[in-house]
Design a protein around this ligand. Sequence first.
Ligand code: PGA
Length: 235
Amino acid sequence: MVIAANLKTNLTRAKTAQYVDALEAFLKQHAIGQKVLVFPATSNLVTSQAHVTLGVQNAYPTQNGAFTGEIGLEQLEEFAIKTILIGHSERRHVLGESQETLVSKFNFFKEQGFEILYCIGEPLEVREAGEEAMMAYLEAQYAGIDTTYEKLIIAYEPVWAIGTGKTPTLEDIESLHAKLKAKSKAPLLYGGSVNMKNYQEVLALQNVDGVLVGGASLVVEDFAQMCLFAQTLNK
Ligand code: PGA
């Protein structure tokens, strides 16, 4: 399974380093063989350890150059980062990234052999518009994306579930994941208000190959428990 922590714009450089060290020690101690990804704020990047793979929350599709406020491949190479999050709902809806922009990032980082965690998910009004509207919306988020890329991981994260404490029902997650699995065989994570109360049920669902966790991942002991539980599921 894939257990991923999106630390967003949280923690300092020192706290992130402590977080990664504590997580690494826990995973080692419990011989956890799951894929564990941590996406820290860009200024807090450190190199991956044996069990914890570090990824970047965003980068510009360039080696280097004149792209004020962005980082490119040259800056990622310094930390040997080979994993990137693309299409997170906050990038799409808060920072205004279009599908076209995401596709250019996807293609660039695919070309560089990066592992790509690509996020999709619908806003509330789309879900409320019914099944057909929702599937059409999600379909459009696959446009231009190579769904057969061998280093692709997909995360389904309903926008209305992110950071709100609301989640779809377990049945809804399971049935949607079955439909999304028909579009791509890539590991499919669920994200959006995964927490200490629901992670076991979510991880146990069919066609859920892991979780992408925001707020609840900030407490390293909690995130470590999710990794430990994933190990007990024979998936
Ligand atoms: P959340 O965020 O767990 O805080 O809802 C998930 C995400 O944005 O990836």
